[in-house]
Design a protein around this ligand. Structure first.
Ligand SMILES: Nc1nc2c(c(=O)[nH]1)N[C@H]1C(S)=C(S)[C@@H](COP(=O)(O)O)O[C@H]1N2
Ligand SMILES: [Mo]
Length: 505
């Protein structure tokens, strides 16, 4: 057998095709949850550079939530489709991890075997030669077979660009969107033009990759297919087996497309099971790569007052009369009578703390970028008291207290199964509770917290996405296990949108 297209090459190539489909389709699910892109970090309505929705955004802050902007995509197109950002995110994480492993293996073997010489140009001649090929293609011609050794200059340049420039760009901009990375290495995110710069570049990279895939598959069938297909399928230059290779290639493509769509329906068939399985597979990756990064926004100098956002998106609107008359009464009295319920069953007591009491505790202050996992961001200066300091008021951690549950006066925006809406809540583990930048904020940009941003007190967990950051806080308590609350996934967005309990990416 001709060793030029060894089995490892053909296998990683096929696997790459399968995984790229999973990564792209789940990426489109994520994009559908906020179908707009910006370069500005405050995502001010009307400043999008591209959008995939006709919906007009109100210019006013605090009347529209990002959840209202989510679009339902077809399971034929996205993974899994039908407004399932959480499940789409898990698939993206799993798909990317497998794609990375496969890709690293491919690159390692490429260099290990010397086959890299076939795709990495080593002479400047590649540019004029590629230009010549391009001219032939533009005239609807095909360069003759002698130019392909086995790839021609244009292929070499494209493949090198895709493997060594485009793929790394997608990986690096993807990493920049993780709040754990941002809260630990804010300069890294700023380097990409902030969260929105990274997100927009990630999108552009995706678009280029999609164009490449379509052109690549098209050209394989159009340009010397009698060589390409036996190479790809059998690994040998045997034009006599072209028909067989053609049939296998087409059948494989059909099966893979079927698999992609099948995964969508399989995922939707039992969303809770899908969440369990996908989170079980992706949590070890988060543990390994992100959990050790401890936020230090309070000690960073990358983001300064100059970065403060003009506009702040909202998710969740202030409690209405059917949600909490109690909170409305507090609001009408400028929160003078508002009390935080701190404690609960495990502590054996519940303290009622006023805003004045909270202000007595050590104050911490920093500038940080908020990101909603849907994709928008905003930079603000937050001030308040560290959660760990506040819990100390209760005394030592009670026996069996493994988590802290924070509950809002406001209800969930919607329940995925349309049962009556429950109070919005989030649960944090001990590691997250102990972080420097897990705080209860009562001020933003040197003013008391605005009503639509969670007045009078909201949670800030800088290492996590926004869905953990309960607004309009009612109570904070130690609990043993979150399985006993809500749907048992540890928070409203975990229950409803099937998010992971760990919101670090
Ligand atoms: N009570 C309550 N808190 C909430 C939400 C909500 O719907 N209700 N949404 C969460 C989500 S998903 C995000 S991204 C942030 C948004 O914070 P902001 O509206 O202050 O920008 O609030 C979080 N806290
Ligand atoms: Mo969010």
């Amino acid at each position: 057998m001709d060793p030029d297209f060894p089995l490892w090459l053909r296998a990683t190539h096929l696997l790459n095709f399968v995984l790229m489909g999973i990564v792209l389709r789940s990426g489109w699910e994520i994009l559908a949850s906020l179908p707009r892109l910006w370069w500005r970090n405050d995502c001010k309505p009307g400043t999008e550079w591209i959008k995939f929705t006709r919906r007009e955004l109100p210019k006013e802050e605090g009347v529209y939530t990002s959840l209202m902007d989510e679009r339902s995509a077809s399971p034929l197109l996205t993974l899994p489709g039908k407004k399932n950002i959480g499940l789409g995110r898990h698939w993206h994480g799993l798909g990317v991890t497998l794609w990375l492993i496969n890709g690293l293996l491919y690159v390692a073997l490429l260099f290990g075997t010397g086959l890299w010489r076939r795709i990495v140009p080593t002479s400047w001649d590649v540019f004029p030669e590629a230009w010549e090929s391009m001219r032939i293609y533009l005239g609807f011609g095909v360069p003759s077979i002698e130019h392909f050794q086995p790839y021609d200059a244009l292929q070499m340049l494209t493949y090198t660009g895709v493997v060594f420039i485009l793929a790394p760009l997608l990986i690096l901009t993807g990493i920049a969107m993780s709040p754990a990375v941002r809260s630990r290495f804010p300069w890294y995110v700023k380097m990409w033009g902030g969260h929105q710069g990274a997100r927009s570049l990630h999108f552009i990279g995706m678009a280029l990759m999609s164009i490449f895939i379509v052109m690549h598959i098209g050209l394989v069938f159009l340009v010397h297919a009698e060589y390409n297909l036996p190479h790809m399928v059998f690994g040998v230059t045997d034009t006599a087996r072209y028909a067989q290779a053609f049939t296998i290639a087409i059948a494989t493509i059909v099966v893979v497309i079927g698999l992609w769509i099948g995964l969508s329906y399989l995922t939707l068939a039992d969303r809770a099971r899908s969440q369990r399985v996908l989170v079980a597979l992706t949590e070890p990756i988060r543990k390994l790569t992100l959990n050790w990064m401890k936020p230090r926004m309070g000690r960073q100098s990358t983001y300064t007052e100059k970065d403060l956002s003009e506009y702040h998106w909202t998710n969740g609107l202030p409690p209405t009369a059917d949600e909490s008359t109690e909170w409305l009464a507090y609001r009408d009295g400028d929160f003078r009578d508002w009390r935080l319920e701190l404690g609960g069953e495990l502590s054996g007591k519940t303290l009622q703390l006023s805003l004045g009491d909270l202000r007595q505790l050590p104050k911490t202050e920093y500038i940080a970028v908020h990101t909603c996992m849907q994709g928008w961001s905003a930079t603000s200066k937050w001030a308040g008291v560290r959660l760990r300091d506040l819990l100390e008021v209760l005394g030592p951690r009670p026996e069996g207290a493994n988590y802290v549950m924070i509950t809002s006066h406001g209800l969930a925006q919607e329940m995925w199964d349309h049962r009556p809406r429950e109070p919005f809540y989030a649960v944090l583990d001990l590691d997250t509770v102990a972080e420097d930048d897990t705080i209860l904020a009562y001020e933003r940009n040197d003013h008391p917290l605005e009503v639509h941003l969670g007045a009078p007190l909201r949670l800030r967990v800088e290492s996590n996405h926004g869905y953990k950051m309960v607004k309009w806080i009612k109570s904070i308590e130690w609990i043993t296990d979150y399985a006993a609350y809500g749907d048992g996934r540890g928070g409203t967005r975990e229950d409803g949108a099937m998010q992971a309990f760990n919101g670090r990416i």
